[in-house]
Design a protein around this ligand. Structure first.
Ligand SMILES: Cc1cc2nc3c(=O)[nH]c(=O)nc-3n(C[C@H](O)[C@H](O)[C@H](O)COP(=O)(O)OP(=O)(O)OC[C@H]3O[C@@H](n4cnc5c(N)ncnc54)[C@H](O)[C@@H]3O)c2cc1C
Length: 530
């Protein structure tokens, strides 16, 4: 690399989100430079549960097969979750976070594998994209911007190398201590839960044998009355031997002053062999950046929002940030993205995270806290059992209710007065601002196999009703694929004969017909404000 380097987009940080963004941009032919501090993915099994929606990203990123091949728990075993009361092996438990329940609304199955394995797959995919350049073992040390672009200083981690890169945009995917966020002057709002957490990685074949009574379960949440709603969380890293565990520990705990093996046995409720491999700590807090954009600088993933891994939202939310921002940056660089397109990234993604944190993460801590305070089998077994059974049924509702959407977004065209949120409900009907559900087309393909990489107009029935959009696309320069379908299944499920789908598979508009197709397209591409 030369000392003066010019590219379109600099991505600071090559964790999962930076790598996902690099694929999204690289596939769109955008020149980008990804700068990652570490030569290799760090061997901590963090973000493991990948939702159906995340797997759609991997499908479109050309990495779904490779990712599934890298999973560490065989497919036949299952990747379900379970909640227990008191101890892991206690008498009370129910199925939890069965994300496969919403599978009909997504094109792909959910998946589970350690984050370093996911990162390795993405690194391989990035290496296949000619417009993406990567530098591993380098850190972003400073950056600045003016009206024309950004300048990024980078330094070699284990050497004297120093470089400056110029780009049109820079995106900080550099984690919760983001230097990009800092240099962009973006503040964050924090909700401290005042909890210090330990993360253990350990080997135990005996624990695997003890858990054979719960076939198909790969992660376990143990609720204990003493922990005030905070979880003790076990997860399989592979099948049979390696595990991770996180739980609250007293402030001031260090690797040397605490008996972690005793903690594991207490949480499990029995003796078993433990071979400790890693002891780390993290603070339980929810932090939300007050903005996701400052001029030509953007933040995504943990740089924009960090939170406890309760419910496995972190990596999945970050991948959706990458998918949302990627097509918008590409549209700007291609020349058809309008003035308000880049602002819509924050307008859509930030409220979704605020809702995820409030309605799913903090709410689950509060609900568990109240339950543990109000119900105790030692006090009133019948009342406890009735409420426990009710909670088991409610766990399904939580999976259905997590439906991030962009109702009311400035680039969504509909009558809705709503606001973007993580709370919704899965439906097949095509709703402006919501993720498109898959459907079978008359020719046997799935709609997801027919979508273009930019906007797609699904036209069911009379093909001439797409003519106005075809002309509007030519007039506005907004790339549009038209998919005409004579079958009835998708038409009936979507409830509209015309559905305009965004490059990130969200519905921009759906209707019976359009008086002014150019205005709909312009609005969806940020060329026209309300
Ligand atoms: C204990 C634990 C368990 C978790 N479990 C789950 C789970 O089960 N499910 C889930 O969805 N999420 C989980 N998470 C959260 C998940 O790991 C994160 O949401 C995810 O890693 C975010 O990805 P990211 O790419 O935004 O950030 P990161 O993974 O933090 O990646 C940031 C990258 O930027 C690099 N970097 C930082 N600064 C610089 C710099 N100046 N220059 C160059 N590179 C830089 C870092 O080396 C790193 O590779 C867990 C987190 C923890 C801590």
């Amino acid at each position: 690399m030369s000392a003066l380097h010019v590219t379109d987009v600099v991505i600071a940080g090559g964790g999962p989100v930076g790598l996902g963004l690099a694929v999204e941009l690289g596939q769109r032919g955008v020149r980008c430079l990804l700068i990652e501090r570490y030569e290799n993915p760090q061997p901590i099994p963090r973000g493991q549960n990948l939702t159906n929606r995340t797997m759609e990203h991997f499908h479109f990123w050309g990495a779904e097969q490779a990712l599934r091949a890298a999973r560490t728990v065989p497919k036949e075993f299952g990747i379900g979750g379970m909640t227990s009361y008191g101890t892991l092996l206690g008498d009370y438990h129910y199925d939890w976070l069965q994300r496969e329940l919403v599978k009909p609304f997504y094109f792909t199955d959910n998946e589970r594998l350690p984050q370093y394995a996911t990162e390795a797959v993405l690194r391989e995919r990035v290496a296949q994209l000619p417009s993406v350049e990567t530098v591993f073992g380098w850190s972003v040390s400073d950056l600045s911007q003016d009206g024309d672009g950004v300048s990024v200083q980078m330094s070699e981690r284990a050497g004297p190398g120093r470089r400056t890169v110029h780009a049109a945009y820079a995106v900080g995917c550099d984690g919760s201590r983001s230097i990009v966020r800092d240099k962009a002057g973006i503040t964050e709002t924090r909700q401290d839960h005042d909890r210090f957490m330990v993360l253990l990685v350990f080997r135990s074949e005996q624990l695997h044998r003890l858990l054979e009574r719960f076939p198909g379960k790969s992660f376990f949440n143990v609720l204990h009355p003493d922990l005030n709603g905070y979880w003790q969380f076990f997860g399989r890293v592979d099948l049979g031997s390696t595990w991770f565990f996180h739980a609250p520990v007293p402030l001031g705990t260090t690797r040397d002053n605490f008996d972690f093996e005793a903690l594991l046995r207490r949480a499990t409720g029995t003796e078993f062999d433990v071979e400790m491999q890693h002891v780390g700590f993290w603070d339980l807090r929810i932090a939300t950046a007050d903005h996701y954009r400052s001029g030509r600088l953007f933040i995504a993933g943990d740089a924009a929002h960090s939170h406890p891994p309760y419910g496995g939202y972190g990596i999945n939310t970050g991948f959706e940030d990458a998918a949302n921002l990627g097509w918008k940056l590409a549209a700007m660089l291609d020349g058809w993205g309008g003035a308000s397109l880049l602002d819509s990234y924050e307008a859509e993604r930030r409220p979704v995270f605020v809702s995820t944190a409030r309605d799913f993460i903090a709410d689950s801590i509060e609900t568990d806290r109240e339950f543990l305070r109000d119900y105790d089998p030692a006090r009133d077994r019948a009342a406890f059992e009735a409420r426990w059974a009710e909670r088991g049924g409610g766990a399904k509702g939580e999976v259905n209710a997590f439906e991030p959407h962009y109702e009311g977004s400035p680039i969504v065209v509909g009558e809705t007065e709503g606001t973007p949120s993580a709370k919704g409900g899965h439906r097949f009907e095509a709703r402006a601002g919501h993720h498109l559900a898959p459907q079978k087309l008359g020719d046997g393909r799935n709609v997801f196999e027919a979508l273009g990489e930019d906007f797609t107009l699904l036209c069911f029935g009379n093909e001439t009703s797409a003519d106005g959009f075809r002309e509007a696309a030519a007039e506005t320069g907004i790339p549009l694929r038209i998919v005409s379908d004579g079958g009835m299944q998708a038409r009936e499920a979507y409830a509209f004969p015309l559905v305009l789908v965004r490059p990130d598979q969200f519905v921009a508009w759906a209707g019976l017909g359009a008086d002014d197709p150019a205005s709909i397209l312009r609005r969806a591409a940020g060329q026209q404000t309300i």
